[in-house]
Design a protein around this ligand. Structure first.
Ligand code: GRG
Length: 298
């Protein structure tokens, strides 16, 4: 891919972000009974300057399957709510114990641990309310709720996190590493694509193509995350670097070395792009996104 094509894609991404942020802000209208401090903590976590990769995946998957991006906006907000909750809980002292997230002090540093736990709980519930009240046919609402619950649940996001915090396995290998990442990172990426496709009423062939693409994109994202932890800069990442190796975590560069990790990521990008073949030109942005994710610096 040329440098210009990547710059064009970055521009499309940047143009979508304010629309997503506006929809996220509008999606949280605290009613009577929501304490002011909790509302402030929820806004702090949800509207912090993240990349919004998952919402963009929802919107581009919907478009690749023939829908208008706006129709999928409730799903884009819902995945970002689950993602924001997982970051708030991941940063807690009981988990990764981080002070910095998205370039700001973590939620528990500002609002206290108990309020951060409750903020995550509220965001998770808000995600399902957002899907449940979306203006879609009832069967689409039900399918989206079920898919997001599965991705966020004990076999996927929470299960991957549970294995990850248990620490390195005795004889770790690539399959074990990728099993954790498919669940901890990949499931939310997969489900973002799936929700976009479900809102668009995609057929089984398109859903499967996006699943194959998403599986690979999730791993590319994680390899880059691991490499940025080794080689990235705190200022652009907005979070602490070097923490995974310091914590003895199982990572791609730790297991394979930097060069082999980059080679694995390159191979996955090619496979991800190839998986999109059934969607044809409609999936051009998603195809370019795989390379963009590999080359990201934040
Ligand atoms: C607490 C159930 C539970 C799960 C936590 C989010 C997570 C699972 C762990 C965070 C640790 C980590 C670095 C995971 C690797 C991939 C990842 C989810 C990175 C953060 O996502 P980005 O880079 O963040 O898209 P922004 O802030 O840009 O949205």
């Amino acid at each position: 891919m040329t440098k210009t094509a990547l710059e064009d894609l970055a521009q499309c991404f940047e143009m979508l972000r304010p629309r997503i942020d506006a929809a996220l802000a509008a999606s949280f209208q605290p009613g009577e009974g929501c304490p002011a401090k909790l509302a402030e903590a929820i806004r702090y976590a949800l509207l912090a300057p993240g990349k919004r990769l998952r919402p963009v995946l929802v919107l581009w998957a919907a478009e690749a399957c023939g829908a208008d991006a706006d129709a999928a906006m409730p799903a884009a907000c819902a995945v970002e709510m689950v993602h924001a909750y997982s970051l708030v809980h991941d940063d807690l002292p009981a988990m990764d114990d981080d002070d910095l997230r998205r370039g700001r002090p973590t939620c528990h540093k500002v609002f206290g641990e108990a309020m951060a736990v409750l903020t995550g709980d509220a965001l998770l519930a808000m995600a399902f309310r957002t899907l449940g009240t979306a203006p879609w046919p009832p069967e689409t609402v039900a399918a989206c709720c079920a898919a997001l619950a599965e991705a966020a649940g004990p076999e996927q996001l929470v299960g991957g996190q549970a294995d990850d915090i248990e620490g390195p396995m005795a004889e770790a290998n690539l399959a074990q590493l990728e099993s954790i990442h498919h669940r901890k990172t990949g499931a939310m990426i997969d489900v973002s694509l799936r929700l976009g496709a479900l809102v668009a009423g995609a057929d089984a062939v398109r859903l499967e193509a996006l699943r194959q693409y998403g599986r690979r994109l999730g791993l590319v994202f994680q390899i880059t995350d691991d490499l940025l932890d080794v080689r990235g800069e705190e200022a652009s990442l907005g979070k602490r670097v070097g923490k995974d190796s310091a914590a003895g975590k199982l990572t791609y560069p730790g297991l394979l070395g930097v060069e082999a990790s980059l080679a694995r990521a390159g191979q996955l990008v090619d496979e991800a792009r190839a998986a999109l073949a059934p969607l044809g030109d409609a999936a051009e942005q998603l195809a370019a996104l795989a390379q963009f994710v590999l080359e990201r610096n934040r």
